[in-house]
Design a protein around this ligand. Structure first.
Ligand code: NIG
Ligand code: FE
Length: 396
């Protein structure tokens, strides 16, 4: 048994290892059969065929007994700081009511009324749940406070759990600004940004029907950039719109959702500088058509998969579920989906230390209760994640 802590660890007997380093193995996943991994001080120091493990490299040994090992999932899109749930809204939707941005205000009211400890406990619960299904890096947005105080507090709580914090004051216009949406956009880009920028790495805007238009999105993201935050955009979830164009224009790290894509959007994303992040849990839970992943991939876009965990449109933290949806419903191959949920997520968060298992990477490692990564989509809905190490420590 192994919990190597900060010491060294040898994982061998790996039936199939996804390194995501084409120099180490076969194809884009850098697949190595009958493999081993050596970890030291929380980092991968060696990965390759078991027959070539450096002698005496590790103190502790863990035998994977033929199971598959992949990098921990990098979930680049989550809304975890909230109170309450919206099961009633989901139930009504399953009887035919459409999803709209308006439901967000229900969660805003509950979140404003909640104490810090309630919010904190909610985030802790969801981060732990995500970890159990293999997510070792998770982004977390604000966006259910929508006052200067409540947005700053949401980000402070998020920062207790992840370095990937995103200021989403521009989620929807809150009720008290219903008559003055531009006034709210100015608040977001002014005093709210001032209070939130110290706690955030990213800035996001929900650019869609019932939320913010292209001009407001551009203005808010530009203000965020001036404060050192890097943009990401909720684009094309409810209808085609300017979200992708503004994202690419401002050099956003990612454009997310993309349920509705125009030819110009695909062309803009084809260069890969702005990652196309697909969130099939949202289409599943809102009964919407799935995004055209094939078109994006064939055009050369970099595609990430994320869970979009939130109480309205996608109340799941399960990346294995999203991988299965992407394969079955979006015609991604099992390998493309695993890459998108690991390396794709890392690209969307502009991280080079996660999403891969090659020397220098963080030892964020997932062992599946299966002989290959294909089983993630082949065996949907089962507890397929057998063990998770984060920074070289066994965590789940
Ligand atoms: O990514 N689209 C905007 N934000 C969330 C939904 C938030 C909610 O419904 O509470 C999303 O799907
Ligand atoms: Fe979202």
């Amino acid at each position: 048994m192994t919990d190597a802590g900060t010491g060294s660890l040898l994982i061998d007997g790996i039936g199939s290892l996804v390194t995501n380093d084409p120099a180490l193995g076969e194809g884009p996943l850098g697949l190595v059969a009958d493999a081993a991994l050596v970890v030291e001080d929380g980092r991968v120091v060696w990965a390759g065929p078991r027959s070539r493990v450096p002698e005496g490299a590790a103190r502790e040994r863990f035998d994977a007994e033929g199971r598959a090992v992949i990098p921990g999932f990098v979930d680049s899109h989550a809304h975890l700081v909230f109170a309450g749930d919206r099961a009633a809204e989901f139930e009504a939707r399953m009887s035919g009511r459409p999803y709209t941005a308006g439901g967000i205000r229900t969660t805003v009211a509950a979140t404003r009324a909640a104490g810090d400890d309630t919010l904190r406990a909610g985030v802790r619960r969801l981060v732990a749940e995500a970890l159990r299904s293999g997510t070792t890096t998770i982004e977390c947005k604000s966006g259910y406070g929508l006052t200067v105080e409540d947005e700053a507090r949401s980000l402070r709580v998020a920062a207790e759990h992840t370095a990937e914090t995103t200021f989403l004051g521009a989620h929807v216009v809150p009720p008290e600004y219903a008559a003055d949406p531009d006034g709210y956009a100015a608040l977001v880009a002014g005093p709210m940004l001032d209070a939130c920028a110290p706690h955030a790495r990213w800035i996001d805007v929900f650019c869609d029907r019932g939320a913010f238009d292209g001009d407001q999105t551009r203005m808010i993201l530009a203000a965020g950039k001036e404060r050192g935050l890097v943009p990401r955009v909720h684009a094309g979830q409810l209808q085609p719109g300017p979200g992708v164009a503004v994202a690419v224009e401002l050099g956003a790290a990612s454009a997310d959702h993309l349920t509705h894509l125009t030819d110009a959007d695909v062309e803009a994303l084809a260069g890969g500088g702005t990652v196309a992040t697909l969130l099939p849990g949202a289409e599943f839970s809102t009964r919407s058509p799935y995004p055209d992943a094939r078109r994006l991939l064939d055009a050369g876009a970099t595609v990430a998969l994320a869970a979009d965990c939130n109480p309205g449109s996608s109340y799941t933290t399960s990346i294995p579920f999203c991988v299965a949806l992407a394969v079955r419903e979006m015609r991604m191959t099992p390998g493309e989906a695993v890459w998108a949920a690991t390396m794709g997520g890392a690209r969307a968060l502009r991280r080079t230390d996660v999403g891969r298992l090659s020397p220098g990477a963080r030892a964020d490692i997932v062992m599946l209760d299966a002989p290959s990564h294909v089983h993630l989509s082949y065996r949907p809905g089962v507890p397929i994640v057998a063990r998770v190490w984060k920074d070289g420590r066994a965590r789940a």
